[in-house]
Design a protein around this ligand. Structure first.
Ligand SMILES: CC(C)(COP(=O)(O)OP(=O)(O)OC[C@H]1O[C@@H](n2cnc3c(N)ncnc32)[C@H](O)[C@@H]1OP(=O)(O)O)[C@@H](O)C(=O)NCCC(=O)NCCS
Length: 318
């Protein structure tokens, strides 16, 4: 298909397009782009389409669409337009093309969903409904330096007894039961959504099957009536610098001591294999952002640079 007014041609991304996709991505997310790590895996995923817009044979935009929620929802990810082509409406055109393509290939689709970062332009709400939002706490550290501090902090909290309740690492059966439990969905998950590393899933069995194939550490404060749940996704290399890693921890629930304990447990586990400079993003309820930040400043001397101001899950009819 062609985007006539922009002289664009659309195609599905191929392995050979990688270098060109990277060349339009150099300024993205302050060097913390996840696409270099995911590109090749995305191409092999049968429930995903990675769409490119090309101009005179050169890649000028990319958008990936991932079909989830038993075929009901198209999740839009990875949108980017070449810096020299921004402000000309190309993002809108590639989104229109992607919606038409995916609807023709997956007729059961009903809605599209995406996550956006930062302050939202009010115009967004003419098209999208806001399902939920989380606040983002970004921390930067050298893994080997932080590891002993996290171990010692857990030790102090354990010694204080009333401050510490050991977070439970969930087994597969617990994940399937808890994340489908009506009360947990309504009272713990933000907007009833499982946000895993920026991807917003409805709590459906099929989605959990997909998530359980990934290298995610699932934790809860209780396997009976949890008030806080967390997911730590596998770290990935980012372009910011040689061997720089990015680690994402999604925390659901509003109880600060329990959220802090899970944050510490997730971090402690991750630090046992992390090495070198690490960017860690913790996504959490906005009511506990300040207290979690103060805790990290006081105990570890880590201050948020506020590189991402909020994570917003949006949905619209397709
Ligand atoms: C954000 C970006 C994709 C916008 O591209 P653009 O072609 O300059 O955007 P335009 O102003 O020409 O087009 C506006 C369209 O893009 C959409 N858009 C703008 N910002 C967007 C964003 N952050 N995420 C998704 N869509 C966005 C608008 O909704 C609008 O769509 P509509 O015409 O259907 O209403 C581009 O600036 C970019 O590549 N930035 C760096 C990467 C990035 O931040 N990606 C967003 C991921 S959340």
């Amino acid at each position: 298909m062609e985007g006539a007014s922009h002289e664009l041609e659309f195609c599905l991304a191929q392995v050979d397009d990688f270098e060109q996709v990277m060349s339009i991505s150099t300024d993205i997310y302050n060097g913390l782009d996840y696409l270099p790590d995911r590109y090749h895996g995305w191409l092999k995923d049968p429930s995903r389409r990675v769409i490119l817009a090309k101009k005179e044979g050169k890649v000028v935009a990319l958008l990936s669409v991932n079909v989830v929620d038993n075929g009901q929802t198209a999740i839009m990810e990875g949108l980017r337009v070449a810096p020299s082509e921004r402000g000309k409406g190309i993002a809108g055109v590639i989104q229109q093309y992607a919606c038409a393509l995916i609807k023709s290939q997956f007729p059961s689709l009903e809605v599209q969903r995406c996550t956006r970062a930062g302050e939202l332009n009010p115009d967004v709400f003419t098209k999208f409904q806001l399902l939920c939002s989380q606040e983002v706490l970004d921390l930067q550290f050298v893994a080997e330096e932080l590891q002993p501090m996290v171990g010692a902090t857990i030790g102090h909290l354990k010694a204080s007894k009333q401050e510490w309740k050991e977070p439970i690492q969930l087994a597969v059966g617990d994940v399937k039961r808890l994340f489908l439990d009506q009360q947990v969905v309504e009272e713990v998950l933000p907007g009833g959504i499982i946000i895993q590393n920026w991807i917003p899933f409805k709590p459906f069995k099929g989605n959990l099957e997909v998530l359980l194939k990934q290298n995610i550490t699932w934790m809860a404060d209780s396997v009976v009536d949890p008030t806080v749940l967390s997911l730590c996704s596998s770290p990935y290399k980012v372009p910011a610098g040689a061997n720089n890693l990015c680690l994402n921890i999604d925390i659901f629930g509003k109880d600060f001591p329990r959220a802090r304990n899970q944050f510490l447990s997730q971090l402690h586990k991750a630090l046992s294999f992390l090495q070198g400079p690490t960017y860690c993003f913790i996504y959490l309820d906005k009511t506990i952002w300040s207290i979690m930040h103060s805790f990290c400043q006081t105990v570890f001397g880590l201050t948020s640079q506020k590189v991402i101001k909020g994570q917003f899950v949006l949905e619209a009819k397709l």
